[in-house]
Design a protein around this ligand. Structure first.
Ligand SMILES: *Cc1c(COP(=O)(O)O)cnc(C)c1O
Length: 387
């Protein structure tokens, strides 16, 4: 398959590489697709998981589309507020919230703290009391549900550090109900990322149903359910599948989760919102014939996009400078680590020094995970309107 995305190459030639390019028309279409599907249900609310990409220009579009935000740090809460998201659409998760971060959440009046342990609950109650506030809290449940994805990105197994076990749930809810400065409002789940099998979400729904029934038997009702995010994207086919199948995703929850009449259902989508709109654009510095392989050495490294090195993640690579005959390369970066490889034994139109390559599907967990190892500069991000 040698299909390629459409890029404004003459504009790209004026920009210093490597850089991220975000196709904002595609992001707009993706947001419309989400809103079209959720509008079929009167109680579905989507929060954007800002850790996927916090580029202010993307955040502005996401805010305009009416999504809320899911944050996992104080810095993310600040970025969401700076981008103009209303505080009452912000939820805050994370296993290790610092006092400073909790205070920021309390001061700005966020919608909800997704609490991951009993000691954290105590600290939130104490800090809220000191601030004269009552904090909404939901408990993150560890549902012990596996997801068919990379081991580093499953989060819903008993062995993972996230959440509170189903068995401990009743106890911690009763504990919260006895506290003056927290209000128990909901249950939160998030089983992992890059999930493409709807059966994994069905398994989650079954767990939620089981837990709700169990709690109701004890007289405990819940205002809202938050099922997290995790919907995957098609890394192999960014051109053919630019927008994830949100219809099937939301239908899976509508069909399988027994939502009570009064409840709202919250989602926290990250990758599926921004993943396909981003490409990392990099220049070929050298083509080197090694003893057994040919290398396309590019100016981007894992400091710009760490997913291949961290998760052995696949990203489609395209030579967007020419349509010459195909040749086979290892596409590697300049970082002094052997893991600095974007693709192995990969077919590309023949590479020449100066050609631009697009590393596709890099809109999520790309720019936000960039580092300055080797004293490198952080990559810049450009949107369609910037060109
Ligand atoms: C990372 C994360 C998400 C988003 O996951 P995606 O796979 O990008 O949709 C949602 N909720 C929580 C709590 C997370 O940590």
């Amino acid at each position: 398959m040698n299909d390629k995305g459409v890029f404004l190459l003459d504009k790209f030639n004026d920009i210093e590489t490597p850089f991220y390019y975000y196709d904002t028309p595609l992001l707009r279409k993706t947001l419309c697709a989400i809103n079209e599907e959720t509008s079929k249900y009167d109680n579905f609310l989507v929060h954007y998981a800002i850790k996927a990409n916090a580029n202010p220009k993307l955040l502005a579009l996401i805010n305009e589309a009416g999504l809320g935000v899911d944050c996992v740090s104080g810095g993310e809460i600040q970025a969401a507020l700076d981008a103009g998201f209303p505080a009452d659409k912000i939820v805050f998760a994370g296993v290790g919230k610092s006092d400073k971060e909790i205070n920021l959440g309390l001061d700005s009046g966020i919608l909800c703290f997704n609490v991951e342990s009993a000691p954290e609950l105590e600290v939130i109650n104490e800090l809220a009391e000191r601030n004269g506030k009552v904090a909404n809290v939901a408990f993150r449940v560890n549902p012990d549900v596996g997801a068919h994805t990379h081991a580093n990105i499953t989060t819903g197994l008993a062995e993972n550090k996230f959440g509170i076990s189903m068995a401990d749930m009743e106890g911690i809810i009763m504990k919260a109900k006895g506290m003056a400065n927290v209000k128990f409002v909901g249950l939160h789940f998030h089983i992992g990322s890059q999930i493409l099998e709807m059966d994994d979400f069905v398994a989650l729904c079954n767990r939620v149903n089981e837990l709700q029934d169990k709690l109701e038997n004890k007289g405990i009702t819940v205002d809202n359910i938050n099922v997290g995010g995790g919907l995957g994207i098609d890394y192999h086919n960014p051109n053919g599948a630019p927008i994830p199948n949100f219809k099937v995703y939301f239908e899976t929850y509508a069909d399988n989760l027994k939502l009570r009449k009064w409840q709202t259902l919250h989602f926290e989508l990250g990758r599926s919102v921004v993943g396909q709109c981003g490409s990392l654009i990099t220049k070929v510095l050298y083509v080197k014939q090694g003893a057994v392989k040919k290398f396309a050495i590019v100016d981007a490294g894992f400091t710009d996009l760490i997913r291949p090195a961290l998760y052995q993640a696949y990203h489609k690579v395209e030579n967007i400078s020419n349509n010459d005959d195909l040749d086979t390369y290892d596409v590697v970066g300049p970082i002094c680590e052997s893991s600095d490889v974007f693709a192995k034994d990969y077919q590309l139109n023949t590479c020449h020094r100066g050609d631009l390559l697009a590393i596709r599907s890099a809109g999520a967990y790309g720019e936000t995970m960039a580092s300055q190892y080797n004293c490198r500069q952080l990559p810049k991000g450009y949107v369609t309107e910037d060109l």
